[in-house]
Design a protein around this ligand. Structure first.
Ligand SMILES: Nc1nc2c(ncn2[C@@H]2O[C@H](COP(=O)(O)OP(=O)(O)OP(=O)(O)O)[C@@H](O)[C@H]2O)c(=O)[nH]1
Ligand SMILES: C=C(OP(=O)(O)O)C(=O)O
Length: 214
């Protein structure tokens, strides 16, 4: 098993992030919720055995400080394009084509480190993990010499398969559950969210189950 993956997570400016999730918590705490989910995702990625280094591509100063404290390396979003540009930059230019690289969405607060290890353990060439709905993508991975070639966005699972990436499958509910809508957030709370998301929601008076600390 490859144990020195470089992981890359792009993070949008928190003031603009997670627009489809608006209304799930009071507006004044929306950015805090987006940040809590990033923190839980980053914590889980760094808690696993497979990932040696995590690069977060962001121009958001608050997110940058928070993930630096958790052990990630922050680089500015130099391309200034969309999430694909940020992922390509982090994986192919910052980490470099000679490494094993995996990019992940930053909205996986129920991610279990062992599930990420298991998914990456199945890697045999450029691969992706579809989201819970089966239409989107939560993870794309490439090995030495392989450009990442990300196609995140609407219908990205089909786009990644069409681009030649292999679908990795397994029983990884937290890895597959990204949070785009209030219904996704409810699902994550059933699965067991990480401690940052959990404590924020508890502060707001919601009763939630929390996963063991990553
Ligand atoms: N650096 C960077 N990250 C991005 C950008 N767009 C999305 N992301 C990140 O990519 C990951 C997946 O993005 P989405 O699930 O679409 O999140 P989002 O754009 O905040 O959500 P919506 O506003 O609801 O579309 C999250 O970690 C986002 O923060 C971007 O333009 N630049
Ligand atoms: C970016 C993606 O989707 P969403 O914004 O719905 O998380 C994707 O699944 O490729």
């Amino acid at each position: 098993m490859v144990r020195d993956w470089t992981a890359v997570i792009p993070v949008k400016r928190l003031s603009a992030a997670k627009s489809r999730l608006r209304g799930a918590v009071p507006a004044a705490r929306h950015a805090d919720l987006a940040l809590a989910m990033v923190r839980d995702t980053v914590s889980a990625v760094l808690a696993g055995a497979a990932v040696a280094e995590l690069v977060v591509v962001t121009d958001d100063p608050v997110a940058a400080a928070a993930v630096t404290e958790l052990g990630a390396r922050v680089v500015p979003d130099t391309p200034g394009g969309d999430l694909n540009a940020a992922m390509r930059y982090g994986a192919d230019e910052i980490a470099g084509l000679n490494r094993f690289r995996t990019v992940l969405a930053g909205d996986l607060p129920a991610l279990q480190p062992e599930h990420l290890d298991e998914a990456l353990g199945l890697f045999e060439g450029r691969s992706f993990v579809a989201d819970a709905a089966g239409t989107g993508t939560v993870l794309l991975a490439a090995g030495p010499g392989e450009p990442l070639d990300p196609h995140f966005g609407l219908g990205s699972a089909v786009a990644h398969a069409a681009s030649g990436a292999k679908a990795l499958t397994g029983d990884w509910p937290g890895l597959r559950q990204d949070v785009d809508t209030p219904a996704d957030l409810r699902r994550v709370l059933e699965l067991g969210a990480g401690r940052h998301t959990c404590s924020l929601l508890r502060d707001l008076g919601l009763t939630v189950s929390c996963a063991p600390a990553a």
